[in-house]
Design a protein around this ligand. Structure first.
Ligand code: PLP
Length: 359
C-alpha cells in the first residue's frame, strides 16, 4: 500500500506542544497527523494517506454506530536514550488486528502495511514522543464499518485510522498497587464470543461492572469465566499474573475468552529467561483467595500496553477481601516491570529483536 502524504500546513506551535507534553495524561491530546485508508468490496484498500488530524464525517446510518462492527489496537512508541524512537513488537499488534478482523467480519489490512503506517505516523509526529520517565506516544489503530445501511451484514465499506496520543504514566503518581472487585453478576466474554478479539463491544460490556468496582472502593474489576463463574479471566483491559512462593509465574491460559496480550507474551518470556517456572493454566478464584491467605501466592499483577505492569494488592468481593503479600509492589513484579521497560526504552540490549527503530 502506498500512503499519500498530506502534511499538516498548520501544525501546533512548538511552545503549545511543549505545554501539552508537560502533562499529557492518557488519551486526551492528539498529534498533528493521522493515518486514514478506505476499503470497499469492489475496490479493496484505497485512499491510503497520512493527513492532518481532523474529525471525520459519519452518516447517521453508518453501520458501526448500530451494530458495533469495529476493532482496535494499542501500541506505543518509546523515546530511546540516543533521542531516537522505537516501537515495541508492532508486528504482534498487526497480527492480532488481523485476528480481530476475522472475528468481526472485517477485511484484513496487510500486516506490513499496518506496521508501515504506524512507522509513518510516528516519524511524521516524532516531536510528539515525550521524553519523560515512563512516558510514550500511544498509537491507536482502529477499523470500523461505514457502509450506509441498517442491514445486518458484514459491511461492504470500511475505514481504517491510526491516531496518536502522547501518554504519561497510566496510573499517575508512584507505582501504587491497585485493588480489584470480583464482580458476581457480570461477565466480559463468553466461549465462542468476542473475548479474544480487541473490539469496543467488550469494553462497553465492562463499564457497568467497572462502575460497580469503583462504588465498592476498588480501582478495577476482575472477571471470571462465564460458564462456571470460577476461573479467573482478566481485567477489562489487561491480563493478570500470579507469583507463587516457589518462583513460579502463573497466568490464565488463552481460553478463547481472554485477550492475548503482547505484554502477556513478553512477561512470560522474560520470566522464563529469569529462571522462573511459567504456567499458563486455569486459575480458580478460590486458589487466589486461599493462596493469598496462606502465602502460597506472594504477588499478583496486571499487564498491558497502556498500564505496563501494575501491582495488584487486594481482591474484594461482597462480604470479604484478601491481600496478597504485604500489599506493596512485590520484588518479582518490580523486576519484570523493569526488565520490560528497559527493553521498550532501549536501556538494555534487545536479544529478541522486539524493538523496531523508527528514527
Ligand atoms: C489490549 C488488552 C490487553 C493487553 O494487551 P497488550 O497487547 O498487552 O496491550 C489485555 N486485555 C484486554 C481485554 C485488552 O483489550
Amino acid at each position: 500500500m502506498e500512503f499519500e502524504i498530506q502534511a499538516n500546513g498548520q501544525p501546533l506551535h512548538a511552545d503549545a506542544r511543549a505545554a501539552l507534553l508537560a502533562g499529557p495524561g492518557f488519551g486526551r491530546i492528539f498529534t498533528d497527523h493521522m493515518i486514514s485508508a478506505r476499503w470497499t468490496v469492489d475496490s479493496g484498500w484505497h485512499e491510503a494517506r497520512l493527513q492532518p488530524y481532523a474529525p471525520i464525517v459519519l452518516d447517521p446510518a453508518a453501520a458501526v454506530l448500530h451494530y458495533s462492527q469495529s476493532v482496535f489496537e494499542g501500541l506505543k512508541a518509546y523515546r530511546q536514550p540516543d533521542g531516537g524512537v522505537a516501537l515495541f513488537r508492532p508486528g504482534r499488534n498487526a497480527a492480532r488486528m488481523s485476528a480481530s478482523c476475522r472475528r468481526l467480519a472485517l477485511p484484513e489490512l496487510p500486516e506490513d502495511d499496518f506496521v508501515s503506517a504506524c512507522e509513518l505516523l510516528v516519524r511524521e509526529d516524532a516531536a510528539w514522543v515525550p521524553k519523560g520517565d515512563g512516558e510514550s506516544l500511544y498509537l491507536r489503530p482502529l477499523m470500523f464499518a461505514d457502509e450506509i445501511s441498517l442491514m445486518v451484514h458484514p459491511s461492504d465499506a470500511v475505514r481504517f485510522l491510526i491516531i496518536a496520543s502522547p501518554a504519561g504514566r497510566y496510573f499517575p503518581g508512584e507505582l501504587r498497587p491497585i485493588s480489584l472487585w470480583l464482580t458476581q453478576d457480570y461477565v466480559r466474554a463468553t466461549p465462542g464470543g468476542t473475548g479474544a478479539a480487541k473490539c469496543g463491544g467488550n469494553y462497553a460490556a465492562s463499564l457497568v461492572p467497572q462502575r460497580e468496582a469503583v462504588a465498592n472502593g476498588c480501582d478495577q474489576v476482575v472477571f471470571v469465566d462465564a460458564v462456571e463463574h470460577r476461573w479467573v479471566d482478566e481485567l477489562a483491559g489487561s491480563n493478570i499474573f500470579f507469583v507463587l512462593d516457589d518462583a513460579t509465574v502463573v497466568t490464565p491460559e488463552l481460553s478463547g475468552a481472554i485477550l492475548p496480550g503482547v505484554t502477556r507474551d513478553a512477561v512470560l518470556q522474560l520470566a522464563r529467561e529469569a529462571g522462573m517456572n511459567v504456567q499458563e493454566r486455569l486459575v480458580d478464584i478460590d486458589e487466589w483467595r486461599e493462596g493469598a491467605r496462606s502465602g502460597r501466592i506472594t504477588e499478583v499483577f496486571a499487564g498491558g500496553t497502556a498500564a505496563v505492569i501494575t501491582p495488584i494488592s487486594t481482591l474484594k468481593w461482597p462480604g470479604g477481601q484478601v491481600t496478597a503479600g504485604d500489599g506493596n509492589a512485590g520484588p518479582v513484579t518490580l523486576a519484570l516491570r523493569t526488565a520490560l521497560m528497559d527493553l521498550q526504552y532501549g536501556r538494555k540490549p534487545d536479544p529478541h529483536g522486539w524493538r523496531r527503530r523508527v528514527l
